[in-house]
Design a binder for this molecule. Structure first.
Ligand code: MLT
Ligand code: MN
Length: 308
């Protein structure tokens, strides 16, 4: 199985358009230790020919341009992108669908909850329903991802709910502490091929649970939510009022952080993705980057290629 990181940053990208935090300033200045990053998405292929996008970021047009594996190959209209699998309805994960208009056949997979969000927003009809099927994912049920002609891509995903929060723009302030969040709002994926390769994709996760730890134990590869280094980072740095917890993201450091939670789970490759513009692990020369690497983690970057 081939995996390509299209975008490694969280919502807003790195640098974020309106951000003058020292991290963003270094990226904007072209500092080689602080390479720019687009918003989180990966592409997966069983055969190295046809690709499935996991989430469609607002930067998708640039991501396609930057990755020749996603370029048209034959004829006047063509795309190796055969399907998109959505893990939630966050802006950074669905807005890129709008780039995939132009009557190109495509399958879009999401939970009923996420598909209902697309259905309620008629702008997504620019993906001409005659060519673009929307197919439901059922929690805990393996789904063989198909090309638009119905043939199997050889990639199967098993969606499962993880602790999380409804997309920011769908929060219901009247619904109490969880803003109306349901299980299908934030899913993670176990991704496998017929040949037996297997990895986990968790670009958002609010909390580690025993069940989640057991599920990913022993995995060959796990991509995990790397939004913040510490829960109050945005507040301390003066760029926001929200904690990671409030946003539905567990943090990298700390006793209940991701490094601690995944230590001892015998995972061969642990890779952070969806990294916020304030997170010091974005930058190659920080003590925090050294700490994650010493803990056996990799920090994904745009264009990172992995083989399983
Ligand atoms: C998140 O991951 O928390 C969201 O992408 C935030 C947002 O929509 O800005
Ligand atoms: Mn996000």
């Amino acid at each position: 199985m081939h995996v390509r990181v299209l975008g490694s940053a969280a919502g807003g990208g790195y640098p974020q358009w309106n951000c003058n935090h020292p991290n963003s300033a270094r990226a904007r200045a072209g500092d080689p230790a602080a390479p720019r990053r687009t918003q989180s998405s990966i592409a997966v292929s069983a055969d190295g020919q046809d690709w499935i996008l996991f989430n469609a970021s607002p930067d998708l047009r640039q991501q396609i341009t930057d990755n020749d594996i996603l370029h048209p190959r034959t004829g006047l209209r063509d795309s190796p992108i055969k399907a998109v699998v959505l893990t939630n309805a966050d802006v950074d994960h669905v807005a890129g669908l709008l780039n995939l208009r132009e009557s190109q056949p495509l399958n879009v997979y999401g939970t009923q909850r996420v598909l209902s969000v697309l259905a309620a927003n008629s702008i997504f009809n620019v993906l001409n329903p005659e060519f673009v099927k929307r197919l439901p994912l059922t929690l805990e049920t393996p789904c063989a991802i198909a090309r638009p002609d119905g043939s199997a891509t050889g990639v199967t995903v098993t969606p499962f709910a993880v602790p999380g929060k409804v997309a920011l723009w769908l929060e219901d302030q009247s619904a109490g502490e969880n803003f109306g969040t349901v299980d299908e709002d934030t899913i993670a994926l176990e991704v496998g091929t017929d040949a037996g390769a297997r990895f986990f994709y968790l670009p958002a996760c609010a909390r580690m649970t025993e069940a989640l730890a057991e599920r990913i134990r022993g995995a060959a590869l796990v991509f995990f939510d790397g939004t913040l280094w510490r829960d109050d980072e945005m507040v301390r740095d003066g760029v926001g009022v929200k904690t990671g917890r409030r946003m539905g993201h567990m943090s990298v450091s700390g006793d209940d952080g991701t490094i601690a939670a995944l230590a001892g789970l015998d995972i061969r490759r642990k890779v952070f993705i969806h990294i916020n513009t304030t997170n010091p692990i974005l930058i190659a020369d920080t003590p925090e980057r050294r700490a994650v690497e010493e803990a056996g983690w990799e920090v994904s970057y745009d264009g990172m290629a992995l083989e399983l």
